[in-house]
Design a protein around this ligand. Structure first.
Ligand SMILES: Cc1cc2nc3c(=O)[nH]c(=O)nc-3n(C[C@H](O)[C@H](O)[C@H](O)COP(=O)(O)OP(=O)(O)OC[C@H]3O[C@@H](n4cnc5c(N)ncnc54)[C@H](O)[C@@H]3O)c2cc1C
Length: 386
């Protein structure tokens, strides 16, 4: 399907490399693993071995030396083959980007090559029961000890910690914070640390990546666990949140392409009256509209990645991309299900089971309301309600 966006020669090669790998697995592999809770270790290993997990990470630490623009191609193409991999957005993207920007040379050497080749994964722990949209309300606390820190608190909805070697934790610094203002510090905490435990949260999402409540009960970490500077965590975490938004834009663009592609194929061959159903404007026009919205979301995503890579302020563009692409994907998927009639709900057609993972993107990682707040306040200069 031609679109508004054309790839550079380099991006085309990355896209073909992703397509070559994932077509050996197929969307049914992702859904079956999602349904049964099986992992996707073989696929993850293949992607890592082909350099497709670390395209955006620095070459000196095992990455491909590219930027968000290259990560967008990988994540979009995976999802366009029916594989929206949340763990890609979390481990190499959010955690990898924060480490690449702020970690010491030692920590980068310890983690980035393994995140890039897929041999290790890192979960991201920001959200808490009372700190979702309001990340300033983080209560998990890091207290100085003689040899490092002790961390206590709880994190909520932490994806894929069960398959991760460590979690990048956002904590409140006990010494630097005041009752009025929390200053945050970031740590890399091994998931096997004494005092760290987790419990699955059951959701309707069909994905190999599950969510967990994480309990931190006086978890001891050494000096080497700190990322960057104590109390500077909010600024540091933002170097992971823009990539997260940009890549959610990419993931949703891919889901949109996947859904429309399947709907178009079906609409061309399914005949109920004298013509294929795709000839009825009731089927054709909503698909055409979905294609327009998905392409606009893709353009916004690509543009936000370009701004991020150029070191420009990318917050507004990343929020717009995330919003546009996630709304477009959800509409496209719904229309693809509708185009398939009853078959839209059959597992065989690989659509309806993607519903909740796509619907998730309206609520997380940043909800549509918080994106609208950002645009209202930052782009339009309107007053805040909170
Ligand atoms: C499947 C899944 C995976 C996740 N993975 C991770 C992860 O790996 N790591 C992690 O740290 N977090 C993760 N999260 C958490 C996610 O980032 C939060 O769910 C999200 O930020 C929203 O926070 P909340 O759920 O606490 O909603 P709340 O903050 O309680 O918001 C509830 C509703 O109120 C609205 N609202 C709140 N404040 C305002 C306002 N000022 N104006 C208008 N509306 C408002 C919100 O938009 C939302 O609709 C995950 C969540 C899910 C569901």
């Amino acid at each position: 399907m031609p679109g508004l966006h054309t790839d550079s020669v380099e991006h085309k090669a990355i896209r073909e490399s992703v397509a070559g790998i994932v077509s050996r697995y197929g969307p049914e592999y992702f859904l079956e693993r999602g349904r049964t809770g099986g992992g996707i270790e073989e696929l993850w290993k293949d992607l890592g071995a082909s350099g497709l997990l670390g395209v955006h990470l620095p070459e000196e630490y095992g990455g491909g030396g590219g930027g968000m623009a290259e990560a967008v191609v990988v994540v979009e193409e995976l999802a366009a083959h029916g594989m929206p991999l949340l763990i890609w957005v979390i481990s190499p993207a959010i955690c990898g980007s924060i480490l690449a920007h702020h970690a010491s040379d030692d920590m980068k050497r310890r983690w980035l090559p393994d995140l890039a080749d897929g041999s290790k994964k890192m979960a991201f722990g920001l959200t808490e029961p009372d700190a979702g949209s309001n990340a300033h309300n983080v209560k998990t606390t890091a207290r100085r000890t003689e040899s490092g820190w002790t961390i206590s608190g709880a994190k909520y909805y932490i994806s894929a910690i069960d398959q991760s070697d460590a979690v990048l934790l956002v904590t409140r610094d006990a010494q630097l914070s005041t009752p009025e203002k929390s200053l945050l510090s970031l740590f890399v905490v091994p998931t096997g640390s004494p005092g760290l435990s987790f419990q699955q949260i059951d959701t309707s999402i069909v994905s190999p990546d599950r969510q967990f409540t994480v309990f931190l009960d006086d978890v001891q970490v050494g000096e080497e666990a700190l990322i960057g500077v104590t109390g500077n965590g909010l600024r540091q975490v933002f170097d992971g949140l823009n990539p997260e938004r940009i890549l959610v834009g990419a993931l949703c663009s891919g889901i949109g392409r996947y859904a429309i592609g399947k709907a178009v194929d079906y609409a061309k061959q399914r005949q109920v009256w004298s013509t294929p159903i795709g000839a009825h404007q009731g089927i054709a026009h909503p698909l055409a509209e979905s294609h327009i919205a998905v392409e606009l979301g893709r353009l916004a995503t690509v543009r936000s990645a370009e701004l991020f890579d150029a070191g420009e302020s990318a917050g507004e563009a990343a929020n717009i991309a995330k919003f546009a692409a996630s709304e477009a994907a959800l509409k496209a998927l719904d229309q693809a299900i509708q185009t398939h009639g009853g078959n839209g709900l059959a597992h065989e057609y690989g659509l309806s089971e993607l519903w909740f993972v796509t619907r998730l993107m309206r609520s997380a990682p940043v909800s549509r309301e918080m994106v609208l707040n950002f645009v209202a306040q930052t782009s339009l200069g309107l007053p805040r309600s909170y």
